[in-house]
Ligand binder design. Structure first.
Ligand code: C5P
Length: 401
């Protein structure tokens, strides 16, 4: 039986060519036993008729604030309360912008603003529109508000151009929804400590030793863990990322490895799971100059470095029964052997292996390609390249048992 059976789903449709695919999504949802209420924007109706949608959903399609002939008011508040989830597919650039800014000038947006449960958005637009800084900004706002973005695919677009912007296939959108309900909130009541990003080790007041870690993987893990019900403490090195939108995430900003260590020590004992994703600097300057180091009169400058604490190893050594420690390994050769040895050395339960030989893995990318290695069994499970959001889901899924 599908996890979507008897679930109340609002299907929001805005005005894009991909609206024809919403029919397939609607049919899949109905076949799985979900109750579907379609809300369509005025432009959406130019792409697909409400008659098709009402026949397939078994419910009148909502589009206007009032029914024209009776003056009956359609309550977006009731709809929002009724829904177990809302999915907007296709979501045009305009609808995404209105959602991000609360421009409530149609029923779809008012319903979105009243929706209490999870909202999914499947963007569909031309590649230039999708890549535009305005769209990127609006999507980042939605993400920060807790909306899950179902990334569009790269492919042929209605304009004839080829690029990223084609709405994800209905089957895949359906899978995202079904997984959401199947997994429920299996991390509810769990406290998860996550480290993310780089650390900066100060040389003087204006210079530091750092690395290229973007923090994206750790932030994706925090967002996913919170949407699965966990209480997350996200210890973030210096990164620009907005905290994933959830009141279940407490972000602690740190700069150096020593500060990250202190924050982790404070929160580890009460955590059920620690996921150590940060790229912690291995060394720091032995002394940080309190004034800017001048180059005058020096042909060479030698910095003396001292070892930083290994956060993963320290927490691993302190682990009590039942606690789970997950680490990362970025390797260039003999990847699996090296990663297994690292997990053993640091007393980790799982290690997430990235290989620098994979073009989809590594710093600053939006994708990642991992192999999950279980310390207890030694088993190594490879995954294909995916978005970091999907990789986060796989990691949390692996460690749950
Ligand atoms: O030994 P290596 O740096 O490859 O180990 C990587 C793993 O150890 C990652 O999970 C990383 O977050 C963690 N680590 C740490 N503190 C350090 C160095 C690495 O927590 N000082």
């Amino acid at each position: 039986m599908s996890a979507l059976k008897d679930k109340h789903i609002i299907l929001g449709i805005s005005g894009g060519i991909a609206a024809y695919k919403s029919v397939s999504l609607l049919r899949l949802l109905r076949k799985a036993g979900a109750e579907v209420q379609v809300v369509i924007t005025p432009h959406g109706k130019e792409f697909i008729t409400p008659v098709t949608l009402s026949s397939l959903s078994g419910n009148p399609v909502v589009s206007e604030f009032f029914t024209a002939n009776t003056g009956e008011w359609h309550s977006h508040v009731d709809l929002g309360l009724w829904a177990d989830a809302m999915v907007i597919a296709p979501a045009t650039a305009s609808t995404i912008a209105k959602m991000a800014n609360g421009v409530a000038d149609n029923m779809l947006i008012t319903t979105y603003l009243s929706a209490k449960e999870k909202v999914f958005v499947a963007p569909a637009m031309d590649l230039d529109m999708f890549a535009h800084p305005s769209t990127r900004r609006n999507l980042a706002t939605l993400r920060a508000d807790g909306v899950e973005i179902i990334e569009p695919e790269a492919g042929e677009l209605a304009s004839g151009l080829v690029g990223k912007g084609r709405m994800e296939e209905p089957e895949r959108i359906f899978d995202v929804l079904e997984n959401y309900f199947a997994e429920g909130e299996h991390l509810k009541g769990k406290k998860i400590l996550i480290t993310a990003g780089p650390t900066y080790e100060n040389i003087d007041p204006v210079r530091f030793i750092g690395n290229y870690s973007s923090g994206k993987m750790g932030f994706a893990l925090a967002g996913r863990a919170a949407s699965l019900g966990a209480e997350v403490v996200l210890v973030a090195g210096p990164v620009e990322l907005p905290v994933p939108g959830s009141d279940r995430i407490r972000r602690i900003d740190v700069v150096s490895a020593a500060q990250m260590m202190a924050a982790c020590e404070e929160h580890f004992d009460t955590a059920d799971i620690a996921i150590l994703c940060a790229a912690v600097a291995d060394y720091r300057p032995a002394a940080c100059s309190d004034h800017k180091i001048k180059r005058e009169g020096r042909e060479e400058l030698t910095l003396s470095l001292v070892r930083n604490p290994d956060i993963a190893a320290t927490l691993g050594a302190r682990k009590r029964p039942g606690q789970v420690v997950v680490g990362f390994a970025l390797e260039t050769d003999h990847e699996i052997e090296n990663a297994r040895a690292k997990a053993a050395r640091k007393n980790m339960d799982w290690i997430v292996l990235n290989s620098l030989r994979d073009p989809e893995a590594g710093f600053r990318k939006d994708t990642n390609k991992i192999t999950m290695i279980c310390a207890a069994t030694g088993e190594a499970v490879p995954f294909p390249a995916k978005s970091k959001a999907d990789v986060a889901a796989d990691i949390l899924d692996c460690i749950k048992d």
